[in-house]
Design a binder for this molecule. Sequence first.
Ligand code: URP
Ligand code: ZN
Ligand code: ZN
Length: 456
Amino acid sequence: MDLVIRNGILVLGSHEFRSDLGIEKGRIAAIGGDIKAGEEIDASGLYVLPGAVDVHTHLQMPFGGTVSADSYEAGTRAAVCGGVTTVFDYAIQRKGKGIVQTVEERRALAEPGICADIAFHCAITDLGQEGELLDEFPRAADYGVSSFKCFMVYKKEGMMIDDGMLMRIMEKAGEAGILTNVHAENPDAIDARIAGFLARGNTSPWYHYLSRPEFVEAEAVKRAVHWAKALGAKLYIVHLACKEGVEEVAKAKAEGHSIFAETCPQYLEFTSDVYKREDGRNFVCSPPMKGPESREALWKALKLGVIDTVATDHCPFMQAEKDWGKEDFTKIPNGCAGIENLYPYMLSAANAGRISFSRAVQLCAETPAKLFGCASKGSITVGKDADIVLYDPSMDFTIRTENMHSDYDQTIWEGVALKGYPVKTLLRGNLVYDQGKYTGKPGQGRYIKRSESGCL
Ligand code: URP
Ligand code: ZN
Ligand code: ZN
């Protein structure tokens, strides 16, 4: 064996137990027994967890009049330093471009510098004049892209999918083993509300929230669920943030439909009150943080299994870019940082007894890997990639921009105190993070060719 991790508490999605773990050729090769190895790590007092799988990021993404602040290298470096070993980025398909072509271009940009393993969803924005993009779905699935995102918003940005397109995508996706992801908000309601606020001179970040409040998201969630039910399609709702949306998903699941939901740490931690803060513009993302009732509903849904995954929607911008909207919230680029905070935040919640460690592992590693067709990821099982996080539950850690490993210069997580923190991350058996420092080599990450999505 190449490496043995001794005396740690192994956390599986089902339970936890104390055991040694052996690694050979980058894979988990033994759990328990008399493991002999060339190298040893003593994990006494530590949890041994699977690397997290963040299924929602926007790295180096042209958006909001700029490009998101983390390059593929910086974003994936930050990822492994927070215990995320697999990153799913959104490749945005544009008019006239094919799906595979879009993903190949992003791969070429990403691969030389990636520090974590990477997979892509494709965000479809245009089906072609005769809907010819639909014919490419099987080829995209063969290429390993087995999930598409549909933005039900961002009309002005030229990224919106209307209901007709959404239905056509859902129908075709199912046949190809592709899962349809939606960003659910109602664009016309948002535009009408923004116009009204601006006309009355209401331009502070608080009006970002008021232009897309709970009912604006809820309507779109219900519409997407309606189409999925009517068409017998599988649906994954990204960054779910409102109580009524949670209720809709719970109902659909109880009726036996394959409707899955993701939320993000920012919706679990913050409420819409952040938009009243002096630095409220830094929290501008879509959907916005909602009221305390929604936040409570999300926590409850996590525990009950109504929400399936927690991912970040990592899309940071520099302070100077967020400042474009000091006098007008519509000029603020939408998005926040989170990739390095996901696992520490959810594990800190487990440490505080809010959820179990096993549930945190299910939400951040096991279920996302299964749902999006990454057979070698997401769990501590013999034969899987040795993507491992060692976590010290006794460590105190306060998030500061300067102790993160990204390229951004501001984070909404500034000053948030956590109990417990990752101390080491292994990517396929290689030590890539150790006691606060990135120790890997950029370019070490690999592209993951996924299989069918939407199966648990
Ligand atoms: O505000 C956000 N969420 N920005 C990233 C793009 C998206 O909608 O996911
Ligand atoms: Zn979105
Ligand atoms: Zn997103």
